[in-house]
Design a protein around this ligand. Structure first.
Ligand SMILES: [Zn+2]
Length: 251
């Protein structure tokens, strides 16, 4: 009560002085306080401890006195700040309305309470952590092959997916899918592979290129089958009869 009185004396000294004067006969509370006072709307009065409280018409209810006539606190004071902080913690950082309700429930009336609570909550580190938007990373520039205006599948990417269980006769077997995508148009071509080894990848690649045409560049991750296929294809190219090939192509 002592602390409340000190805070109120600092903020509402004129009102308290006006209210402490003996009530003249016929003079109403409102006319004793200046019209411009920020608390005139609240019909304030001084209780037996000389604490300024909200008046009003609900004095006859059975509620606690603190709820019927909350203690008035100014918008800006250290005590107000502490009260908001305490109520906010007590409601486990549940946001503005819950904090405001907790303050009212504890029997306090803060002048422009919702904006005081709003500014407190918007500066609360815990709340900002909990309610902040996830950060979005800026994507880097697209690689060259994603931007070239070339026929579809000139620049392609490849990966395996699966396995899927299929039935051959009575046997259950694993089969994989091979997905080829065009880097520029994002078109998709699907093949199947009987296993994860290099030769079944090369078979899938040949079927793909028979339908879609040759590929200038093929992107993949560094799985064993792709690395193996790369090595085998390079060796195959090296083994090729250069002269014979030149002849054939110029024909
Ligand atoms: Zn908070």
């Amino acid at each position: 009560m002592m602390i409340m009185r000190l805070v109120q004396e600092e903020a509402f000294s004129e009102e308290i002085e006006a209210l402490s004067k003996p009530v003249d006969s016929g003079v109403k509370t409102k006319s004793r306080i200046k019209r411009m006072s920020s608390i005139i709307r609240l019909d304030p009065f001084l209780d037996k401890n000389n604490v300024l409280r909200v008046g009003g018409r609900i004095g006859k209810t059975e509620m606690e006195d603190d709820l019927k006539h909350p203690i008035i606190l100014p918008r800006k004071s250290h005590v107000t700040e502490l009260l908001i902080s305490h109520s906010h913690d007590k409601t486990h950082h549940q946001g503005r309305n819950m904090t405001t309700n907790e303050i009212r429930r504890s029997g306090f009336w803060i002048i422009s309470c919702s904006s005081a609570v709003y500014s407190f909550v918007s500066n609360c580190v815990t709340c900002r952590k909990r309610r902040s938007e996830p950060q979005v990373q800026k994507m880097s520039e697209l690689p060259f092959d994603r931007l070239q205006p070339e026929p579809p599948f000139t620049y392609s990417g490849v990966d395996f997916f699966g396995p899927f269980i299929v039935k051959e006769g009575r046997k259950e077997m694993k089969r994989w899918g091979v997905i080829f995508t065009c880097m520029a148009s994002r078109a998709v071509h699907l093949e199947t592979a009987n296993s994860l080894d290099t030769s079944s990848f090369i078979n899938a690649l040949r079927r793909f290129m028979s339908v879609r045409g040759t590929v200038r560049q093929l992107r993949s991750d560094r799985e064993q089958k792709f690395i193996g296929a790369k090595r085998e294809l390079r060796e195959a190219v090296e083994e090729m009869d250069d002269d014979h090939l030149k002849h054939y192509l110029s024909d």
